[in-house]
Design a binder for this molecule. Sequence first.
Ligand SMILES: NC(=O)N[C@@H](CC(=O)O)C(=O)O
Ligand SMILES: [Zn+2]
Ligand SMILES: [Zn+2]
Length: 349
Amino acid sequence: MSPIETPDSITITRPDDWHLHLRDGAALADVLPHTARQFARAIVMPNLKPPVTTTAAAAAYRERILAALPQGMSFEPLMTLYLTNNTDPDEIRRAMDSGFIHAVKLYPAGATTNSDAGVTDLRNCYKVLEVMQEVGMPLLLHGEVTDGDIDLFDREAVFIERVMRPLRSAMPVLKVVFEHITTKEAAQYVAEAEGPIAATITAHHLLYNRNEIFKGGIRPHYYCLPVLKREEHRLALVTAATSGDERFFLGTDSAPHAVHTKYAACGCAGCYTALHAMEMYTEAFAQAGALDKLEAFASLNGPAFYDLPVNEGTITLKRESWTLPETLPFGEHQLVPLNAGETINWKMV
Ligand SMILES: NC(=O)N[C@@H](CC(=O)O)C(=O)O
Ligand SMILES: [Zn+2]
Ligand SMILES: [Zn+2]
């Protein structure tokens, strides 16, 4: 068999990141330019400490993001609210009326970074979800159960049965995004389910399987949640992302953590990919011989789901080797990007 031929350059409509962690304060100012260079807009996750639970808090966070944007860069933060057991249904109406809040995020309590304020039982939130369904506010789900008796690698598949199916049969018109899917079960569920549903897929879950975490020793920069899975799951994600199915779109889940919190006895979950996300996605699509499907995944399917216009302008990626920095500034600390010190094959120009 001859190797798959791919062009040396690709130009697509300016993309968006439909799942991003920007953090706050000085750290925000350090990471934001990386995303703004690659993406026109991003769905900004609300898992700050304390979480962004009100329209007023989201408005203030949005102002801090815009104030941190370097002169001459254009970027639109698409804000989200963090759903809690106590979210007031009226808050959803306020959020919808704001025009700058585009979704509400559900973190099962204890599932991931800063999810302590998350929902303990979705039945606590049915009034809120009914209002979301009525006004057309999307619900974004970190789709893992947190029960200690469920194997870490099975938490997403079990979530589909225990949470996703009951939720969607109770709220069939609610717009749902199954965030950062990592399994063939999730890809299949999203491809086949009825009603308004979509999924984001990260670049690292398209490129790597769980072996990457343990190559030659424990490699904390490859530890994220949901954790990387077996090769068969990675292949199912690549098939979904490159299928042209509108339900699958780009969400980096770029999640910066200061290096000392990664190199720790109980290290934080999250991969930092904002610096080179489009290069990573391009590599994954090129490996699959599907560069012609990259634009739909990165630039068209997300806006269609969120009822937003497609961006103007284009970006170009060239086949050109460059080496990622070992560290990046991160407020008072340092940050290690995924693939630090490694050479990658594509470069955004
Ligand atoms: N993905 C991660 O591993 N971490 C995210 C949280 C999340 O998206 O679950 C973070 O905020 O650090
Ligand atoms: Zn998550
Ligand atoms: Zn995330």
